[in-house]
Ligand binder design. Structure first.
Ligand SMILES: O=C([O-])[C@@H](O)[C@@H](O)[C@H](O)[C@@H](O)C(=O)[O-]
Ligand SMILES: [Mg+2]
Length: 409
């Protein structure tokens, strides 16, 4: 019988190159911040997790890590008790879920590696061989401020958007297409979506202004969006605001912004705010909590999709295991992966075939840490002069008069 007690939890902050992608909050900085979590058992088996690298999450992980020693990697109740005990009293539940969830994934990976089981099997069993992902389109600048253009170039017009989508589809085979909006005038963004429809007549489309539109703007645009999109993601602010939009259309509204932890579910159901939840194991408290969320969605008749932020291969592997174990995942998952050039797992990035990923082979998550890459990405982090994401300041390097607004348009 393997000794499943935790001997050590290591957290390594990393930073990896990120292109100048635009969203309602501004522009991505040249490096995205992330954390790599290693849970080592008394037998020397190492489980992996990946999460945010913000100062709040890193602070929470630094407090939690030493408190994990001694309990078994199967003890999720123990994990959550220690997470509550080690975070400062009154901490936001969203921080608690992010910190505990980051370690939880690594515990599943360690358990799988120690016992020869895949995470997908421990989460209830594999229901699909391939996990489909969507092409995640962004408006973007040609290059970061003061730097040369990257090989995607500028994307600010409908024509450039179609080119970006074509490259995504050619390189990875994605079918569904998501447009990150809330950047340009809504009219221009819907025109971009219409150009995508013309170029990709069979692709399910989505648009996500991240709460950037006023209720009246979303209502005005509904006639153009109906029949065009499979869901409308976070068009405006809050459950109540989005409920007004949802009441006016049969197009389901989806969210990864306003229903992001358990206490948001009852008001959402009561107000019929969103009919699709974009789950995210980094937000919801890990893999077990995300399976529970899927079950809640099934019981209450909500659609289920999957959200992503800039991430590397450990997160992607965890997303694939979770998605492969979730029968009612009703839409293709989001991923930022095509935008990332760095990787932290051995063998390089997981490769999409026909827009989908197969489960990496092997026990646990099926991925191994590339320690040379980890050291390089950690050095990136140490060299940076920022410790938190600040899209607004980055945006003003390109558009000095830019102002944040949510809603804005
Ligand atoms: O990375 C971005 O710019 C996205 O806007 C991200 O921050 C969102 O969390 C996300 O991808 C979304 O679907 O809202
Ligand atoms: Mg979103």
């Amino acid at each position: 019988m393997p000794d499943l007690r935790i001997a050590d939890v290591r957290v390594t902050p990393i930073a990896f190159y990120d292109p100048p992608l635009l969203n309602n909050a501004g522009c991505h900085q040249p490096f995205a911040l992330r954390s790599i979590i290693e849970v080592e058992t008394e037998d020397g088996v190492v489980g992996l997790g990946e999460s945010y690298g913000t100062s709040a999450v890193l602070g929470g992980l630094a407090a939690l890590a030493p408190a994990c020693r001694g309990f078994a990697v199967t003890d999720l109740n123990g994990l959550w008790q220690r997470t509550r005990e080690t975070l400062p009293p009154g901490s936001d539940v969203r921080l608690l879920l992010r910190v505990g969830g980051a370690v939880e994934v690594a515990m599943w990976d360690a358990l799988g590696k120690a016992t020869g089981q895949r995470v997908v099997d421990m989460l209830g069993g594999q229901v699909r061989a391939r996990v489909p992902f969507s092409a995640y389109l962004f408006y973007k600048f040609a290059g970061h401020a003061g730097e040369a253009a990257d090989d995607w170039g500028e994307v600010l017009s409908p024509e450039q958007l179609v080119d970006e989508a074509r490259r995504m589809a050619d390189e990875h085979g994605f079918r569904a297409i998501k447009l990150k909006a809330g950047v340009l005038e809504p009219e221009a963004e819907v025109a971009g979506l219409e150009a995508l429809r013309e170029a990709f007549p069979d692709s399910p489309l989505r648009i996500d202004p991240n709460g950037g539109w006023h209720v009246h703007t979303a209502l005005d645009l509904l006639p153009r969006l109906e029949g065009l999109v499979e869901y409308l993601e976070d068009p405006t602010v809050g459950i109540a605001g989005n409920a007004v939009v949802q009441a006016a259309t049969d197009v389901p509204l989806a969210t990864n912004m306003y229903v992001v932890e358990p206490s948001h579910l009852p008001p959402n159901m009561a107000q019929d705010g969103f009919r699709v939840i974009l789950s995210d194991h980094h937000y919801w408290g890990g893999l077990k909590a995300s399976r529970d969320l899927a079950e809640i969605c099934r019981i209450w008749g909500l659609g289920l999709s999957m959200h992503s932020n800039s991430h590397l291969g450990i997160s992607l592997a965890a997303m694939v295991h979770l998605a492969a174990a979730t029968p009612n995942l009703t839409y293709d998952c989001d991923t930022h992966s095509p935008w990332q050039v760095d990787e932290v797992i051995e063998g390089g990035k997981l490769r999409f075939e026909g827009g989908a990923l197969r489960l990496p082979e092997g026990p646990g998550l099926g991925v191994t840490l590339d320690r040379v890459a980890l050291a390089r990405l950690q050095a990136n982090f140490e060299a940076l002069d920022y410790r938190d994401r600040d899209d607004a300041s980055e945006m003003r390097k390109h558009w000095p008069n830019w102002q944040f607004g949510r809603p804005k348009f």
